[in-house]
Design a protein. Structure first.
Length: 267
């Protein structure tokens, strides 16, 4: 071989080696999160939309001190009317909730399941220390009976606005009150279907914002708790109960509601 030929061969080998090295380096530079996300999408529940993931987790997670309910409790006490209302609620995504089977604990002004207490106190302290935000619980456990009173009051109120009298059970059963009932369901659960029955759901308010709980979305408290896919909630085992961006929730999104599911149940 001539010197030129040897030189050419060496040059080609060097070019190929450099090219391979460059390609390999580019590949390994790809962020780890990309491959992790891909894995998550393949092996876990909804994945792409974390709002849907939170909803599915809340529906499937098994929490302590709860007994499942098989028959929905009465609403009006007229079977046909109740079944019609329950069907409307279930169509919106409301699910029959399990009920506490042990004593609840007093926390701030409400009652909750015992496992909620410490994580809530830690979350509250972190919000105060890290962001100067004061969070309080304004609603925790709610009984089936209380939810029935709330729902029936709304039904009475909205019917009077619409037709100047309450609906009869027959009208409800025949679907003649559907638009009014559906409007109520966008905000209020029927008895047996509220997340608050479990003692694991909390409605929270940012008292440092001066805004009422239903404007929680516009507060520094919400910005803090929801950033990075609700990282500051998840840190303490909480997830959003009715998150913005999820479908078929039951009510419309409720940015102020959080459910304790425990850190072990979170991915
Ligand atoms: Zn709530």
């Amino acid at each position: 071989m001539t010197k030129i030929k040897i030189f050419s061969v060496v040059l080609i080998i060097v070019v190929i080696a450099a090219g391979s090295l460059y390609a390999w380096r580019q590949r390994s530079k790809r962020p780890i999160s990309e491959s992790v996300n891909k894995q998550t999408a393949e092996h876990q529940m909804p994945a792409q939309n974390s709002a849907e993931y939170f909803v599915q987790l809340a529906d499937t997670v098994e929490l302590p001190n709860l007994t499942p309910v098989t028959d929905p409790p009465f609403i009006t006490n007229d079977q046909a009317a109740d079944e019609h209302i329950q069907a409307l609620a279930e169509k919106r995504g409301y699910r029959l909730q399990p009920l506490p089977n042990s004593d609840l604990i007093d926390l701030e002004a409400v009652r909750v399941q015992e496992p909620v207490v410490k994580p809530w106190q830690e979350l509250k302290l972190a919000a105060q220390k890290e962001a100067g935000i004061s969070l309080v619980i304004i609603s925790g456990y709610r009984s089936v009976e209380t939810q029935r009173v709330i729902f029936l009051n709304q039904l009475d109120l909205q019917a009077r606005e619409e037709i100047n009298r309450p609906f009869t059970n027959d009208e409800i059963a025949k679907g003649q009150a559907d638009s009014v009932i559906d409007k109520i369901l966008s905000e209020y659960s029927i008895p047996g279907y509220s997340g608050h029955h479990t003692g694991y759901s909390l409605d929270i308010e940012d008292t440092s914002s001066g805004k009422p709980f239903d404007e929680f979305e516009d507060t520094a408290g919400f910005a803090w708790i929801s950033k990075n896919d609700y990282q500051n909630a998840r840190r303490f085992g909480f997830i959003p109960g009715y998150p913005i961006g999820a479908s078929n929730l039951g009510p419309d999104a409720e940015p102020w509601e959080f459910i304790w599911v425990g850190k072990d149940n979170l991915r």
